[in-house]
Design a binder for this molecule. Structure first.
Ligand code: IPE
Ligand code: IPE
Ligand code: MG
Length: 263
């Protein structure tokens, strides 16, 4: 059986801390932000990069260990070709510009998603940035690019089958989780989606099983420290039961914790 570095929310009960250890964000609303100002949609994407900088800094200041940002979904190829190519260029330019600063700040940079459709130059840039920052421990910043939750589960299944050809026994949750693109991180504690929509849009389908969900109308380019603090404040008010009752939690959970996960 696969040995996972982190507690699975379905197989045992994860520790809960006041500051979410892992925050995952769907950065939505760039196009609307620009249109409200009579600017082209892509101007919203450029401003979105500023908001990314801000949220990285704010997460470091608040002691968040993992930040995962949805930058481009496997369905975003359906957008007009010029918007797609603008987004790719922006990703490349931002990465070129920021990689040294990320490294200086002790940030480990990772990208999850199907990189096979990206230009080789962009893939090389990504791999170099990942290699440069691999030893950093202050914050793990993951960018989901050409990422889809269904793609992730399918690539994990296919890897498992390739690694164990002809295995007769059923695979376990842990076996599958170990092959997911973000197996190096704990499951998100807090999920934020800006831009007013209340949907997951094929983001981290498996890993969001027990995440606390926070939806805000704030458009991504306007997402600032106050908006992040509001999300964290809302998170702090939640009772994370992981299937148990409120009474069990109030009694203090150590005995329950042991019995909590199914074998
Ligand atoms: C999110 O903003 C950025 C990406 C999906 C790349 P949108 O571009 O979806 O902005 P809206 O939702 O159209 O306002
Ligand atoms: C989700 O936003 C993907 C990203 C933010 C990268 P979309 O704007 O593409 O989502 P839908 O199409 O409104 O669900
Ligand atoms: Mg959108």
């Amino acid at each position: 059986m696969a040995d996972l570095p982190f507690t699975s929310s379905t197989r045992s009960i994860p520790e809960v801390s006041a500051v979410p250890r892992h925050i995952a964000i769907i950065m939505d609303g760039n196009g609307r932000w620009a249109r409200k100002r009579l600017m082209p949609r892509v101007a919203g994407h450029s401003r979105g990069v500023e908001a990314v900088r801000g949220v990285i800094r704010a997460c470091m200041e608040r002691g968040v260990s993992y930040l995962t940002l949805f930058a481009f979904s496997s369905e975003n190829w359906r957008r007009p070709a010029d918007e797609v190519s603008f987004l790719m260029q922006l990703f490349m330019k931002s990465l070129q510009k920021e990689v040294d600063r990320l490294h200086q700040n002790g940030i480990r940079f990772r990208v999850i998603g199907d990189l096979s459709r990206f230009e080789p130059r962009l893939v090389e840039l990504i791999r170099n940035a990942e290699a440069l920052t691999a030893g950093n421990e202050r914050l793990t910043l993951t960018v989901a690019a050409n990422y889809g939750g269904r793609w992730d589960i399918m690539q994990a299944v296919n890897r498992l089958v390739r690694k164990h050809p002809g295995q007769a026994e059923a695979f376990s949750e842990d076996d599958l989780a170990a092959e997911l693109a973000m197996s190096y991180a704990p499951e998100p504690d807090l999920f934020i989606r800006t831009g007013g929509e209340q949907r997951i849009s094929n983001f981290l389908l498996w890993q969001l099983a027990y995440a606390e969900l926070h939806f805000t109308d704030t458009l991504w380019p306007d997402f600032d420290d106050a908006a992040l603090d509001a999300a964290i404040a809302s998170y702090r008010k939640r009772e994370r039961r992981f299937g148990r009752t409120s009474e069990q939690l109030q009694q203090g959970g150590s005995a329950v914790d042991k019995a909590g996960g199914h074998a």
